[in-house]
Design a protein around this ligand. Structure first.
Ligand SMILES: Nc1ncnc2c1ncn2[C@@H]1O[C@H](COP(=O)(O)OP(=O)(O)O)[C@@H](O)[C@H]1O
Ligand SMILES: [Mg+2]
Length: 344
């Protein structure tokens, strides 16, 4: 059996906020399980409004943050395992690469941008010498639509945000990674250029056989680019599955709400669905976090945390609704099993 490229098993991250005495716990990532198959390169979008835990999840996959509990596996190798045989150092950076939200923060203003690229090729031992490094750098820049001669010798402030983000993408390709984790890579870029970068992910998926975790609050670009979508709400992945199903036949009421709130004019979804004072209570709720605004709410939703209900082979939703609203027997069987496990 081929291991999944990426697998998260019951991953949680708890932050303590406030003082020791009056402080409180914030479950920024709450028991998230999902997997990305290794067989074909694919794009998984994690979609959620601001504060839903997307960056924390990305940082855990990138090994920048330790989960409070749970496991992350890359090609079957557990990260964070004490003394384990997980991916270490160079191997990890070869396999998984980041693209961050703000390209101007990713490059030091006083260091020439091309140096980052050459160093990436040499330090990770992708290139044996400077000549090879040059060839590799020229090739990755060409893949993102840039010419080395236009990049060489320049500093970050001599590029536009869109160009610099392309250079970030080029840099991430140098180690020939299996997975690129891009945290809101287009949110700081001029709206008219966003689709170019998103399109680039689709091209690179084919050209480099690289998979992406694309983190965004923009459901319309996610829909356009993804093979799989995970919808996050208050730290939980509330729905997960192949993107066409999630968007044409959503199972979770929150996904329905998101779809309703996608504006049609500029295809940008930035609406704040929740009130801030709700937020902490919802993060801590020992019930469905969406119950307070769910049009289908039932008494059980206010009493217990719903189970992740399998709806079909690849689809799941964190919701009791599929049990009562299921139109077919697949939903019913999966839902009943999940409820039995949850001890209803
Ligand atoms: N280092 C931290 N310490 C305390 N709280 C944090 C920390 N990082 C994130 N949080 C909180 O966790 C929640 C999720 O944040 P984040 O992962 O940045 O969400 P998103 O990327 O979806 O906007 C937010 O309420 C945020 O304030
Ligand atoms: Mg974020």
């Amino acid at each position: 059996m081929t291991a999944n490229l990426l697998e998260l098993r019951n991953v949680s991250k708890v932050f303590r906020i406030g003082g020791l005495v009056f402080g409180t716990r914030l479950v920024a990532v709450d028991d998230v399980s999902l997997s990305l198959p290794a067989a074909e390169p694919s794009i998984l979008s994690i979609v959620g409004e601001s504060g839903s835990g997307k960056t924390t999840l990305a940082r855990i996959i990138l090994e920048l943050e330790h989960p409070t509990s749970g496991e992350v596996l890359i090609e079957g190798h557990p990260l964070f395992e004490k003394g384990g045989a997980g991916l270490k150092g160079r191997d990890y950076y070869r396999a998984v690469q980041p693209i961050f939200q703000n390209p101007f923060e990713a490059f030091n203003a006083r260091k020439r941008v091309d140096k980052y690229l050459f160093n990436a090729a040499l330090r990770l031992k992708i290139a044996a010498n400077r000549k090879e490094a040059r060839e590799i750098v020229a090739e990755v820049l060409e893949s993102v639509g840039l010419d080395l001669s236009r990049v060489e010798g320049k500093y970050a402030n001599q590029f536009s945000g869109g160009e610099l983000q392309r250079i970030s993408v080029a840099r991430s390709l140098i180690p020939r990674p299996k997975l690129i984790v891009a945290d809101e890579p287009v949110s700081m870029i001029d709206a008219s250029l966003r689709m170019n970068i998103v399109n680039l992910f689709l091209e690179l998926k084919e050209q480099y056989k690289v998979s992406f975790v694309y983190i965004t609050h923009d459901l319309s670009t996610a829909y356009y680019v993804s093979d799989y979508i995970g919808i996050m709400y208050r730290g939980s992945v509330v729905e997960y599955g192949p993107s066409e199903h999630i968007l044409t036949d959503s199972a979770h009421p929150y996904t329905e709400l998101l779809l309703d709130s996608v504006p049609t004019v500029d295809h940008k979804w930035e609406r704040q669905v929740a009130l801030p004072d709700f937020e902490l209570k919802e993060f801590q709720a020992q019930a469905c976090k969406f119950a307070k605004r769910c049009p289908y709410v039932q008494p059980i939703c206010e009493r217990t945390i719903p189970p992740m209900v399998p709806i079909s082979d690849e689809r799941q939703a964190l919701c009791y609704k599929p049990v009562d609203f299921a139109p077919n027997s697949v939903k019913q069987t999966g839902a009943n099993e999940a409820l039995a496990t949850a001890g209803k």
